[in-house]
Design a protein around this ligand. Structure first.
Ligand code: SF4
Length: 98
């Protein structure tokens, strides 16, 4: 089943974890209208399901909170935050703080 997260979207090394360099995101699913702009800005993080729903909706209600993302994805994630027409995506630090 598609989860919307590529394997590269997760922190995979102890070095990254110990350095605390990762970031997390939250997606307010009550604001998200499945425009899909984020899938263009950050294809390594966001995908749409075959029926046009943002894949992070699967198994989430109200708000989706990611695990720690690979630092290499920071640029595209920040672009997705900026481009989301509903301002539904927020960046969190690696401790999950706004
Ligand atoms: S761009 Fe924003 S509103 Fe559109 S699918 Fe992504 S999170 Fe949802």
């Amino acid at each position: 089943m598609a989860t919307g997260w590529s394997s590269s979207a997760r922190t995979t090394t102890d070095e990254q974890a110990s350095a605390g360099v990762g970031m997390k995101i939250a997606v307010d699913l009550t604001k998200c209208q499945n425009h899909g702009q984020c899938t263009h800005s950050a294809p390594g993080v966001f995908t749409l399901t075959e029926d046009g729903q943002l894949a992070v909706r699967l198994g989430a209600t109200g708000e989706f909170r990611s695990g720690e993302l690979d630092e290499a994805l920071r640029g595209e994630v920040e672009e997705a935050i900026d481009m989301c027409p509903m301002q539904a995506i927020r960046g969190l630090d690696d401790e999950g703080r706004e």
